[in-house]
Design a protein around this ligand. Sequence first.
Ligand code: M5T
Ligand code: MG
Length: 601
Amino acid sequence: MKLAKYLKPYILFAIVSPLLMIGEVAADLSLPKLMSYIVDFGIADNGPQEIASSGLPYKIITMLFGNDYTQMNIIITFGALMLLIVLVGGFFGTMCAYTAAKASQGFGHDLRCDAYRRVMSLSIEQTDKFTTGSLVTRMTNDIAMLIELVEMILRMCVRSPMFLIGGTVMLLSLNLKFGVVLLCSLPLLLATLILVLSKSIPLFSVVQKKLDKVNSVVQENVSGARVVKAYVREDYETKRFMSANSELKDINLRVLRLMAIIHPVLNIIQNFAIIAIILIGGIDISNGIAGMSVGNVMAGITYVTQVIMSIMMVTMMFQSISRAIASGKRINEVMDSAPVIESGDKVGQPDNIAVSFENVSFRYPGTQGRPVLHDINLQIKRGETLAVIGSTGCGKTSLVNLVPRFYDATEGTVRVDGLDVKEYKLSALRDKISFVMQKSELFSDTVANNIRWGKEDATLEEIKEAAETAQARDFIEHLPEGYDNFIAEKGASLSGGQKQRISIARGVVRKPEILIFDDATSALDLATEAKLRRALNEKMKDTTVIMIAQRIASVREADRIAVIEDGTIKHCAPHDELMRISETYRDIYDSQMKNGGDINE
Ligand code: M5T
Ligand code: MG
């Protein structure tokens, strides 16, 4: 699978881990044999005599004690050996777990980094398509499944086959007749497992989808907590959550119900196998057949259990693999979605015409019908202040979104400094532009850092200056901790106008070539807004400003005002001229004058 490449940096751990597992399994496999020596030679009545014909154990005992050994010597020797092997096996096991964790967690970390980078590079329409909830599940839960798989494989790929083969060999070495037990029990076990797995595997991807849904609902409600409370929708939203939650529970239950069959079946088969071993061994012992002993029967029981458990482990591995395949697909979907907005490689040189639209039409990706904007032709000179006005939903935001390439024009060309925006290196293009959005987005950080977002290395002086221009200085300095005051998530601790002014300061601080205000002063009173405009005029003379607004008072001083109507720019002229030529503009003017008037007059 493609994602395997993330294991590469940790390949050493990934190789060492299974090797260490060999040590642990070898230890586990040798213990029952040693125990059988203790039982047969150390405890049984005539054990001490029989050990003479036993080969290896005899050699060990005579090496230590000569020919003068007691039953107690045998018990202590092999007991100590068992203890030693347990310790060594434990050491190998611990190291194996450690290296496996190191490899799998490293793998997960790198994969998460890349996936996150990819998510960040997606364009707005792609993020919307995946939905936030699903992206969060993919980044967390799905990657966790893959991590689990890597760890499982590293630990089990050696362990289960080795137990299966080793256990079988050891069992047969005790007595070939024991093999019959395996021949009868294993097919039965395998049949059950295959049946269960084939039914449960398709359900895993459904589980992840339901989890997406739960995440989406939680995410939506937590971030919209205020609206939910304002409309007393807690009950409704709780119900919505409940239903997503129950769906998740139901599907999980279905999987677990299937899985639940495995355990009792396994138990029954295992116990039958144990009884069969005792039976075979018992008959042979009572018939006095050579080579069968109580110790052998005891060891046989342990080996049979180990073999059956190894099959169980293989199933677990299959389960984990199929879960991870479902998750892997979902992560690959993210990794494979090439950003729709691809960066070019040019950097534009300053030009007299800062922004120009040539025959631009635009429709939102995936929508039908009339385009949102059509036949837009507009040139904005360097240093000019262009205002955009028009009824709500007429496409103002859509128009300015084309400049920093949040979306691409469907037809026509948008140029910044004479160069097609599609040819720009994205970062170079967006560096030229400060975009103050219609909805202020603040982050849970200090005021200063929120402003510094616009310019990473801004000094406190620059920040203060930007705040001054944005008319935010007064209120910031009245905050309990001034610029170090912490802002709650999404700026929840501030008023609408305060948020807007911090957003404006963030846009101003980097002294951009182009400054776009998308209705960014809507929450300011007219007096403050007028002060802001004056400050901007003074301090940022060379900056090209595109300013969307709903109020005539906000736009009348602009060099030109573009009136958007029916998806296109009907008129574009200064205030006085528009009053003469544009009926729409006059209508807007009249309606606003009637409603209290323009205090800026
Ligand atoms: C213009 C539609 C929207 C409206 C038209 C953002 C967005 C908008 N639309 C979509 O289909 N998909 C979208 O993602 O486009 O919308 P706008 O440009 O946001 O209008 P506006 O800025 O002039 O309005 P407002 O209210 O901010 O003054 O028909 O349905
Ligand atoms: Mg808008």
